[in-house]
Design a protein. Structure first.
Length: 230
């Protein structure tokens, strides 16, 4: 079966695959994770707000994002937002967003909806008695959240946040549709150039499996270490 495989194509191109393609994939994953967690935490606090308007707006955003495939969001933002920006600014030409900027904003906005639900669960897992204790000490709502609730919520949700980040790492491969050179895009270019689609896509699958499986095992170890005995 493997007699006609050209494994040499991998040895010839691994440097480009990892130092160009994988570097971009990890960079976008890290930026989207940090931005998504920050925006998701804010959305979670909005969803738990006692002001119904704020809560409804946040819930509507989360439900909308979670109901739309990420691929469509990437396409919509990349192709429609430049025209929406031109309409808002009165510019005769579409506003240039750029493929990388488009991907960063798209992934942050999309992943924030999922991180929001994770953080909301983490916040709700904290006893209300601790919140009232913070108020009794003279703390404001934001001080109580910053010093009492959110640190514990983050600790409780670390395994789930990391699991969602693994999913995000896999989803970054969708930027390939915008001809961006991520890990999959880099492999695709080499495969088309050398006519070795099977070898390159098999190698990509193996790399993703090894990385994601290893990260999943690491998450299990972290989960045991951060678990709070109740």
């Amino acid at each position: 079966m493997f007699s006609h495989f050209d494994f040499d194509v991998i040895s010839r191109s691994w440097h480009y695959l990892f130092f160009t393609g994988m570097t971009f994939t990890l960079k976008l994953t890290l930026i989207a994770m940090l931005g998504g967690i920050l925006m998701g935490t804010l959305l979670a606090m909005m969803r738990l707000s006692s002001y119904r308007i704020i809560s409804v707006v946040a819930a509507s955003y989360v439900n909308m994002m979670r109901s739309i495939p990420l691929l469509l969001v990437i396409f919509w933002f990349y192709f429609l937002v430049p025209y929406i920006g031109a309409w808002l600014t009165g510019s005769p030409e579409p506003v240039q967003v750029g493929a990388f900027s488009s991907c960063v904003i798209t992934f942050i906005m999309f992943e924030a909806a999922y991180y929001c639900e994770i953080m909301r669960a983490g916040i709700q897992s904290i006893s209300r008695g601790q919140v009232w204790a913070g108020y009794a000490m003279g703390m404001s709502y934001w001080q109580t959240m910053a010093y009492i609730v959110l640190p514990q919520a983050f600790r409780n949700m670390i395994p789930v946040l990391l699991t969602q980040t693994i999913v995000l790492f896999q989803d970054v491969s969708l930027v390939y549709v915008l001809s961006i050179t991520d890990f999959v895009g880099a492999a695709s270019k080499i495969a088309q150039r050398d006519g070795r689609l099977v070898e390159m896509y098999l190698f990509v699958a193996v790399v993703y499996f090894v990385l994601c499986f290893s990260l999943s095992q690491a998450v299990k170890i972290i989960q045991k270490k951060v678990a709070i005995i109740r």
